[in-house]
Design a protein around this ligand. Structure first.
Ligand code: BGC
Length: 760
């Protein structure tokens, strides 16, 4: 039954894409094709096939006989990864490969600043060049579908528009500075559990409107040169051999002219993969080595097709100037210009969720401040599975606070809780029952000791800065979190602290949502400071002390509880584990019936390798706002140390045709006493649509800096074309010309002004 449905779906999709094969963008890469014809004509079939698989873990072969250099790849996405042994994951232990640790994806997205995204890409590219790399394995731009997703910290946001803008900024910044980007993971790699086996079952409309737009924007607007095929399957086909995703949509529709590489170990076949659009198998040659040569000899793969795949790689190779071998790694990777970028992003990413006036900190009376929490001293550049950064330095929150506060206060520090650090050895070591019991007992003793020390520190202090949240062991590639609760007993700890000192400022250094139900009412101010890069501690101190006003806005919704989030609510995630049954009864029949995509029956849902996306487009705030589900903090939320007044919302016309642009203008005034940035957000609500829509959708935003009493007219643009929907009947983009409400505000739930316009 399941298979039938997937096949039926696939057939439909094939139809759809062949109906819309018009390329929407012309890549600069096409200019090299004449030259490439000459190169290919001189290559042997062996040389050609050699280009289509790894030479080393992070290198693929050029054309040595014609002086064409190898392609050198680097992780990405938030710092240049250290040099490793060519054929395994062991570090080489160089000195010069220490890089700048940039704030991770959710922090970058929290800036809501395409300019900072561009600067970030610039910084990444400069350091990649110093290391002699050609292609950066990033940005990572998948939609944050589930709050527990292991790579939420790496990805950007829950919204396709915000992701698109930031992905374009990052990619342009990098490619303008001589390094190709490789956007990843294409597509629908929205969970880490079972990522190497899961089949994502999704309807066309949600795929087109929610999950593909960031990739499309990066191709069409930033002309990205590389795409990494994800590990998972989409509608029955592995992403590295997915004709619909790679050939039909990416190449034929969007006009992508560059190269597709597999995720590491994500290739599953020879003939299908080469035919359906993969260029390079990384990091092996299991399918694209001898097996591919044999397939050519056997007539299963034509040499023309091999030429085409080689051509797509050579286009990138010719567009990116190789760094001569003897110039790479001459200087240390991490450079002051990048430290500045890391600081700018970090300081503008920090989100102030609530504040009763305790922030910015007042230090007039030389207070005693108890800084409590393991994340005050935790470095976030590495940890867990997956790419980390061997960083030149990382300022922790405690270091930042001590440095910036100096002798203006007395800081005492208590660790408060024990954070388990990731270790390969521990992860895969079997323990005896005695060892497990002893470890549990020891854990309890340590927890009590650390709590006692924290409570004592808190009782001596006039203010507590609690610095907790997740870390890179909790949020990691390769597995999702089991829940969103604060790890290591932090809720219990803060409850004990609050009994002796109610003056608590809480900072959560997390890359993804946490459950705030305990911590929030016990905190006079609540701040999210992310995994915030080499300069994270300095940025945090500057925000807490009021040197700069907090300016980050949530890139995701903070739900009241995990079970409210769409994939959990609908029992679409987690799949096939005992835990998933906890929410089974929450799936209401009506919800299921209302959906265009059929709810899978129970037995299908328990298949660990099938991820049903039956929430369709209702991801993130689209879900909470459409279903009227209360949230802790809405998407787009973030306070500052000032106040803003919104007035005079205008649209340039009353009626708009399908090719028009809606120009919205609004007056923004800083009515407080401090310079600060506001992020003006424009959502649209359809009043009388012909098809179903989420309650509201973000369609424009602008980050504006205003001095006290200053005001500005902010102009925002919405092309009517951007309001189209994917018509699943005609398999193409379509207009729903209806009455619209333009909603302007400071978050998805803080709408200040509204204006009706008509699409006709
Ligand atoms: C990750 C990619 C990464 C690659 C190389 C994979 O496990 O999914 O994002 O670029 O490894 O390190």
């Amino acid at each position: 039954m399941r298979i039938t449905r997937i096949l039926a779906f696939t057939a439909i999709t094939v139809l759809l894409v062949s109906a819309t094969t018009e390329k929407s963008h012309r890549s600069a890469l096409l200019q090299y094709d004449k030259q490439i014809d000459g190169i290919i004509s001189k290559m042997t079939i062996g040389e050609k096939v050699d280009m289509l698989h790894a030479k080393h873990m992070f290198v693929s072969t050029g054309v040595a006989s014609q002086g064409i250099a190898d392609m050198k790849y680097t992780d990405g996405p938030f710092g240049i990864r250290e040099e490793m042994h060519p054929d395994n994951w062991n570090p080489l232990g160089l000195e010069n490969d220490k890089a700048t640790f940039f704030p991770t994806g959710s922090a970058l997205a929290a800036t809501w600043s395409p300019e900072l995204a561009y600067a970030y890409g610039t910084g990444m590219a400069r350091e990649a060049r110093l290391r002699g790399k050609d292609m950066l394995l990033g940005p990572a731009i998948n939609i944050q579908r589930i709050p527990t997703g292991g790579r939420t910290y790496e990805y950007l946001s829950e919204d396709p528009f915000l992701n698109s803008i930031m992905a374009v900024g990052y990619s342009k910044g990098a490619q303008d500075n001589g390094v190709a980007v490789c956007i990843k993971h294409y597509a629908l790699n929205n969970q880490e559990n079972n990522r190497g086996s899961v089949n994502v079952i999704i309807g066309e409309r949600a795929m087109r409107e929610i999950y593909l737009p960031p990739f499309r924007a990066a191709v069409e607007e930033a002309d990205v040169y590389g795409v990494m095929a994800a590990y998972n399957k989409v509608n029955g086909w592995w992403c590295a051999e997915n004709d619909i995703l790679l050939n039909k949509i990416l190449r034929n529709e969007w006009g992508f002219a560059g190269m597709v590489i597999s995720d590491w170990g994500g290739t599953h076949s020879t003939v299908n993969a080469i035919k359906n659009g993969l260029n390079v198998e990384m990091p092996d040659k299991r399918y694209f080595g001898k097996a591919l040569l044999d397939s050519v000899s056997a007539g299963l793969v034509s040499e023309d097709l091999i030429n085409q795949r080689v051509r797509e790689i050579l286009r990138v190779r010719l567009a990116i100037k190789p760094v001569p071998e003897n110039e790479a790694n001459k200087e240390i990777t991490s450079q002051p210009a990048q430290h500045k970028i890391a600081y700018n992003v970090a300081s503008k990413s920090i989100v102030l969720l609530r504040n009763d006036g305790v922030l910015p900190l007042q230090l007039e009376n030389k207070p005693i401040i108890a800084v409590i929490g393991a994340n005050a001293t935790q470095k976030m550049a590495t940890g867990g599975l997956g790419a980390g950064v061997k960083t030149l330095y990382e300022i922790t929150p405690l270091e930042g606070l001590k440095d910036r506060i100096g002798d203006k206060a007395r800081i005492i520090y208590a660790q408060g809780y024990e954070a388990v650090q990731f270790s390969f050895a521990d992860r895969f070591r079997k323990r005896t029952p005695e060892e497990i019991e002893n470890a549990a007992r020891q854990k309890e003793i340590t927890a009590q000791k650390l709590t006692d020390e924290a409570v004592e520190a808190a009782s001596k202090a006039s203010l507590v800065i609690f610095i907790g949240g997740n870390n890179r062991t909790v949020e990691t590639e390769g597995s999702d979190r089991e829940d969103i609760s604060l790890p290591y007993g932090q809720d219990k700890l803060i409850t004990s602290i609050a009994k002796v000192n109610k003056n608590i400022v809480t900072v959560l250094a997390s890359g993804a949502p946490n459950d705030l139900n305990v911590v929030e009412p016990l905190s006079r101010a609540l701040v999210i400071s992310w995994f915030n890069g080499s300069e994270g501690g300095n940025a945090l101190a500057d925000v807490l002390l009021g040197k700069i006003s907090p300016g980050g806005r949530l890139p995701f919704t903070l739900p009241v509880k995990l079970e409210d989030s769409p994939a959990y609510y609908l029992h679409n995630y987690p799949q096939g584990t005992k835990k998933s049954d906890v929410f089974a009864n929450l799936v209401s029949k009506t919800d299921a019936a209302e959906k265009g995509v059929q709810e899978p029956d129970k037995s299908q849902k328990s298949d660990p390798n099938s991820a049903y996306y039956s929430e369709e487009s209702l991801v993130g705030y689209r879900w909470y706002d459409t279903k009227n589900i209360p949230v802790k903090y809405p998407f787009g939320h973030g306070l500052t140390y000032t106040t803003f007044e919104y007035s005079k919302l205008k649209a340039n016309k009353k009626k708009y045709g399908k090719d028009d642009e809606i120009i919205v203008s609004v007056n923004l005034k800083n009515t407080g006493e401090m310079a600060a940035d506001e992020v003006v957000q424009v959502y649209v609500h359809r009043i009388n649509p012909a098809v179903e829509w989420p309650e509201k959708e973000l369609k424009a935003f602008s980050r504006i800096q205003l001095l006290p009493a200053e005001s500005k007219t902010v102009k925002l643009l919405i092309p009517v074309k951007d309001l189209q929907y994917w018509n699943e009947k005609t398999h193409s983009w379509d207009n729903d010309l209806c009455k619209l409400e333009i909603l302007v505000g400071a978050s998805s739930r803080d709408i200040k002004l509204k204006k009706e316009v008509i699409l006709k």
